[in-house]
Design a protein around this ligand. Sequence first.
Ligand code: PLP
Length: 383
Amino acid sequence: MTDIYARLGVKRRINAAGTLTRLGGSLMPDEVLAAMREAATAFVDIAELQAAASAVIAEHTGAEAGIVTSGAAAALTLGTAACLTGFDAARMDRLPDTSGMANEVVIWRAHRTGYDHAIRAAGARLVEIGYNDRATGAGVRGLEPWEIEAAIGPATVAVAYTATPAHDPPLAEVVKAAKGLPVIVDASAQLPPADNLTRYINEGAALVVFSGGKALRGPQASGILCGRRELVAAALVQQLDMDVSPATWRPPSLIPRDKLRGIPHHGIGRGFKVGKEEIAGLIAALERFATLDHEAERAARLQRLEVIAAALPPEVAHVAGEVLELSVADAYGLSRELQDGDPPIHLGEARAHAGVLLANPLSLGDADATIVAERLRTLLGRS
Ligand SMILES: *Cc1c(COP(=O)(O)O)cnc(C)c1O
């Protein structure tokens, strides 16, 4: 075997942990690979290609516009930048320095994640509101609309919202309380279900971000920023290579040149560039995802879990929703042993602190499920 990983001496791993970026996100289907390969064979105007991508993203999300980014985290930074600058070229030039500018992004304390660094990276200051009473067991209430309204002032540029299956608080309520200020929704890992592609836009989000390298199975370093046309355009200007001559620059109509007082230089998003290959690959992935039989996909995922569950005693393994929970005495120890095996196997560790490892079927092949089942049977049957 002389594949690229073998040549580099890097192990191939079995991923039963979901769409983890550090394991490679997801695997690209043939049609995505084909689109990237084709895109790599010609020069194009990247702005024109992004405008074409915008039309496809708009069709599938219901948003006015959308661009391909180098990931959902990059999309959060770009979307925040757009809320900070609008079409003001001088402000674009200053980011991430926002001193003296409106620069506050309001966020519910319980919606903060490790990814909000991406919002702060644009130069925004997070203003935390509300409490986390339900999760701590301290109380009965979540975030209430008056708390959002009270936090909004002249320095506020946006409200950030982390989408979860709990939809708490309801996005429409947050949008209403934001009174026209943009609400930026981090929906990076909220696909499937497929109708989440349109859900947050329908509920009034100004900007929504999705990962391209998770369940969409696009290029790993890709993502989507979609939403209001003028915000998406302001984000695009700050992502594009802007080494252009004013005399010959012809941006696509997505970028309203008449609203810019001058032509911005490279913006805060210049380091988040996407290639023609990522743009083409993401579009192919989105079009594929839109035509998938999601019921059949779900059934196949559950079947993979059943293969693993069948190898283990019922008191150890049970299917909960779309994951298999493994209750074991030493979850971290078992996870380490699985990762040290050949091939290394990764299970989800989000609840390992409570003695539970999670088998997620999203990135597992059928053959992988059998290998995972056999390895677990061996390791757990030992004692
Ligand atoms: C994965 C993830 C991101 C980052 O997505 P990338 O596409 O890897 O940049 C951001 N927010 C949440 C909630 C995520 O799960």
